[in-house]
Write a protein that binds this ligand. Structure first.
Ligand code: DC
Length: 218
């Protein structure tokens, strides 16, 4: 059985970077599950539809070529527009159901015969892989996350203010945490990793320590 590591947490908590580097460190496959929701949201927008429309959102999720998506160029999906559309389709239960099988297959058969897989998202430890050997819930204060996102947007030359980014972050957090379908919350057996005062290097080191401790405990 492949070893599964579930990394959940809110946006800009650092979970994506931690998950990607952890997978490289362990030689495991890596899946950024947010991309599935982002691609679904953008597919609805491209047809001129509203990503909150459950019928359109479900149709887009069912039509998604997830395997092709994660092998392709996903840069366009990192935009804020895609993030907002993703948080809307992600609240539709039929969308989550349509994307479940791909994620569970990835866990059961990690690509390239890898011995394990690291998945990052919001419901990996609670819904997708409740039997994951290691579960980490990555958090940081809303202010620290907004500061990171603000600097990232500035570096990309996008005009915005810290206050606007913080307000957007809080609105998206609320949508993710309060939705009825798989809200963002730590699994009962997840280890919390607060990155408010950690840089990327220290956050990765803390995650590696958690993995070693959890696997030794099995
Ligand atoms: O992690 P991210 O910013 O790429 O996620 C984009 C949106 O998709 C976010 O609003 C939450 C949602 N999402 C989700 O509901 N479940 C996941 N496993 C991954 C992302």
């Amino acid at each position: 059985m492949p070893i599964i590591i579930a990394i959940d947490g809110p946006s800009a908590s650092g979970k994506g970077t931690i998950a990607r580097k952890l997978a490289a460190h362990l030689g495991f496959a890596y899946l950024d599950t947010g991309l599935l929701y982002r691609a679904t949201g953008m597919a609805v927008l491209r047809t001129g539809g509203d990503p909150s429309d459950p019928v359109l959102a479900e149709r887009a999720a069912r039509a998604l070529d997830a395997a092709g998506l994660i092998q392709g160029d996903v840069d366009a999906l990192r935009s804020d527009e895609a993030g907002v559309a993703a948080s809307k389709v992600a609240a539709v239960p039929a969308v989550r159901a349509a994307l479940l099988k791909f994620q569970q297959d990835f866990c059961a058969h990690p690509p390239a015969g890898a011995a394990g897989a690291v998945l990052d998202g919001r419901d990996i430890g609670t819904v997708i892989a409740p039997h994951a050997q290691v579960k980490i819930f990555v958090t940081a204060s809303a202010e620290a996350r907004a500061e990171r996102r603000f600097r990232e947007l500035q570096n990309r030359g996008l005009a915005t203010t810290y206050d606007a980014v913080l307000a957007d972050m809080k609105a998206r957090d609320a949508r993710d945490a309060e939705r009825a379908a798989a809200p963002t919350k730590p699994a009962a057996d997840a280890v919390l990793l607060d990155t408010t005062d950690l840089n990327a290097e220290r956050a990765l080191a803390a995650a590696i320590r958690i993995v070693e401790e959890q696997r030794d405990g099995d």
